[in-house]
Design a binder for this molecule. Structure first.
Ligand code: FAD
Length: 474
């Protein structure tokens, strides 16, 4: 039987669509097959609060997308209107106190006070370092910087914050950024996500105008303009369901890949994928508000000028949350990660309405609705918040897993950001996207470089395949 397609991509998340866009632009005939009725995976935007009100179901803020080498090469950034706030993210400690991480170096220095130089030295790396991190395990373009960045990134978060900064407020602000990845703060390499996201505060943490869906739509347009096709509503459970093709790219979890490929994968590789670990889940609340969140106190200006906020009284609250989740317990008073997209993107909701979202980490597979705990934390720092809620929707960790099979147990990054899986994702290899089956690639965030809407896993899987084909032709 002849091949119907050069490449089939299973999964239309940002990584699958990026792989498809790279392949289509290289002249390959590409079919993308997606299980959901709409494309985008973690970048979907819906109208849960009514027509014309654009809510991001999952990913909302895009530090890695804005600085993604893959999106730059594909011209995604020219098709997406980025709304870049002056304050990349802000931290609320209480109703009296907060701290903003401004893009402007002088404004940032003013916020950080005596820790400004330490922040510059440890977090203020050039954006090229982020490109090198997103390109791991490839050769770094900035080896000297990476030699400085690497050892800091490998440190446990508790030890790093204690030794790097003197002010407990700065320590807590950094700890919250690093804790996006949901790792216990004493674990090796729990600093790494903070350094990557922290250095990306300088270029910016934007939202996409109209919602994150516009990123997926931009990628899909590139696929279609280059002759590719996208089919939705097809959940693939077995390799035999797929049309014949030269190459296959799976934007799926390692668990799904082993189920789909079955005995076609060598048993040694399957055992390795079986050892791949997933992180905890999140419980997310979306709010339709009558007014923006009424931040007060010292951080109010910064919190009112950003699309992303973190809430934790201190590092102990972050540590207790992540320890509880790692032990399979619900945190009693979780630290909270959230955002107000309508602060910077007024196109999403009619005048007089505002959007906010917030989530906290919970154990994998957890069915519990902890939205009251999240509301209580926001209320603690912004008194009167509860009275402004017109509507709210809740997605538990278990609901996230049902919504998107890549969110195994509600893990938003499709794989824990453990030391092992930072260095070898999904398995130790210089070409981590390649499977032992010729022409079969894993291109989801379960493969290097990991979670986030940057398309780099799809980009690198596609580039590896194109390089292989070139090498065969020579
Ligand atoms: C609640 C939440 C908040 C987040 N916030 C942010 C954020 O603010 N910023 C950020 O950068 N990242 C964020 N993320 C993470 C980000 O969304 C993911 O890292 C990113 O979407 C991963 O892209 P992907 O293409 O690998 O997988 P996904 O986006 O998960 O897409 C995978 C796609 O494959 C499809 N699929 C899976 N299995 C099959 C199958 N067997 N057959 C057919 N189709 C299949 C799925 O339906 C899905 O559409 C968040 C994620 C969640 C869940």
């Amino acid at each position: 039987m002849g091949n119907e397609w050069d490449a089939i991509v299973v999964g239309a998340g940002p990584n699958g669509l990026t792989a498809a866009a790279v392949l289509a632009r290289a002249g390959r005939s590409v079919l993308v097959v997606e299980s959901a009725d709409t494309i985008g995976g973690g970048t979907r935007t819906d109208e849960a609060f009514g027509t014309g009100i654009r809510r991001d179901v999952c990913a909302a803020v895009h530090p890695t997308g804005f600085s993604s080498p893959a999106f730059a090469e594909l011209g995604v950034s020219e098709r997406v209107e980025w709304c870049v706030p002056d304050v990349s993210f802000a931290h609320a400690f209480s109703a009296a106190d907060g701290l903003g991480v401004y893009r402007d170096p002088a404004a940032l220095e003013g916020e950080l006070g005596g820790d400004a130089a330490a922040w510059r030295r440890t977090v203020g790396w050039d954006v090229e370092v982020a490109h090198d991190v997103l390109g791991m395990p490839g050769l770094p373009r900035r080896p000297l910087s990476m030699a400085g960045f690497g050892p800091l990134a490998l440190a446990p978060l508790d030890a790093f914050t204690r030794s790097a900064f003197r002010d407990e407020r700065v320590r807590t602000t950094f700890a919250a950024v690093a804790a996006h990845a949901g790792r216990p703060t004493r674990s090796a390499a729990s600093t790494a996500p903070g350094l990557l996201l922290g250095l990306l505060a300088a270029p910016g943490w934007p939202v996409a105008a109209g919602g994150s869906q516009s990123i997926a739509d931009a990628l899909a347009a590139i696929v279609r303009e280059n002759g590719g096709a996208i089919e939705t509503g097809s959940y693939i459970t077995d390799f035999d369901e797929l049309p014949a093709a030269r190459q296959y790219f799976f934007d799926v979890s390692p668990r799904a890949l082993t189920a789909i490929m079955g005995d076609r994968l060598p048993s040694r590789y399957r055992r390795r994928l079986d050892g791949f670990t997933y992180g905890g889940g999140v419980c997310k609340v979306d709010f339709l508000l009558r007014e923006p969140i009424p931040w007060t106190g010292r951080g109010a200006a910064a919190l009112g000028a950003t699309a992303t906020f973190h809430i934790a009284r201190d590092r102990a609250q972050i540590r207790a949350t992540e320890d509880a989740v790692a032990a399979g317990r619900l945190p009693e008073r979780p630290w909270v990660l959230g955002g107000e997209p309508t602060r910077v993107d007024r196109s999403r909701a009619p005048a007089g309405t505002h959007l906010a979202w917030a989530y906290c980490h919970v154990p994998a597979g957890c069915e519990a609705d902890v939205s009251d705990l999240i509301v209580a934390e926001i209320e603690r720092c912004a008194p009167g918040f509860s009275d402004l809620i017109a509507e709210r929707t809740v997605m538990t960790a278990a609901a996230h897993a049902r919504y998107n099979p890549n969110c195994v147990g509600g893990d938003i990054n499709c794989g824990a950001a453990s030391l092992r899986q930072l260095l070898a994702r999904p398995v130790p290899s210089l070409r981590p996207h390649e499977t032992p089956v010729p022409g079969v690639y894993l291109c989801s965030s379960a493969a290097a470089p990991g979670g986030g809407v940057h398309g780099m896993s799809g980009y690198r899987a596609a580039k590896t395949a194109l390089e292989r084909a070139d090498a065969r032709r020579r």
